[in-house]
Design a protein around this ligand. Structure first.
Ligand code: SF4
Length: 187
């Protein structure tokens, strides 16, 4: 039988736990027979990346019938190899929180209220503002030195971006002349 690292971790955990409980005099045979049916056995596992910090740990999200059942560190992920910190372990709260935004929200300049907008509207608005700001503030040179920069726009990356997305975002920002490149995890 081929045992993956993931199977090995599960078996090791179950074995250590059952040895300890057996020491206390309990018969676990009936429970062990049920283990494959427990918890996430019939769920769909979807790999994702923890959104919180720059470690970028891999997480498996378990769903069943469209409902989130649980989450755990992805044992096959090269960065965390199944481990997650307390924030990563509680990542399902991001999904379940009643405060979670599920649609783009827009607040016009000078307004005191947020409006719900669709993605097309929001992306067009962002593109318009980027073009307008760059056209207005792009500097070709300063004191006779070529600078090709735009100080009026900043770019913020997120921890859920992978290498390729981060590379493309960085190239895009530099192409616009953006010099203020930051990352959510450093703030
Ligand atoms: S918050 Fe924790 S689980 Fe998430 S990426 Fe950072 S170290 Fe990993």
């Amino acid at each position: 039988m081929r045992v993956s690292r993931r199977d090995f971790l599960k078996i090791s955990g179950m074995t250590a736990g059952s040895l300890f409980v057996r020491e206390l005099g309990f018969n676990l045979d009936a429970i062990e027979a049920k283990v494959p049916e427990l918890k996430t056995a019939s769920c769909q596992a979807t790999p994702t990346i923890c959104p919180y910090c720059s470690c970028g740990c891999g997480i498996l999200i378990y769903t069943k019938g469209g409902q989130l059942i649980g989450s755990e560190g992805d044992p096959d992920h090269p960065i965390n190899q199944g481990a997650v910190c307390s924030k990563g372990a509680a990542v399902r709260q991001v999904y379940e929180s009643p405060k979670r935004f599920t649609k783009p929200m827009y607040r016009a300049a000078g307004s005191d209220r947020w409006e719900e907008k669709d993605w097309d509207w929001m992306l067009n608005r962002i593109a318009e503002k980027v073009k307008e700001t760059r056209d207005r503030y792009f500097e070709r040179e300063q004191n006779g030195i070529t600078v090709n920069r735009c100080h009026a726009i900043a770019n913020m990356g997120g921890a859920a971006l992978d290498n390729e997305e981060g590379y493309l975002l960085h190239k895009f920002a530099r192409m616009l002349g953006v010099v203020y490149l930051e990352h959510q995890a450093r703030i």
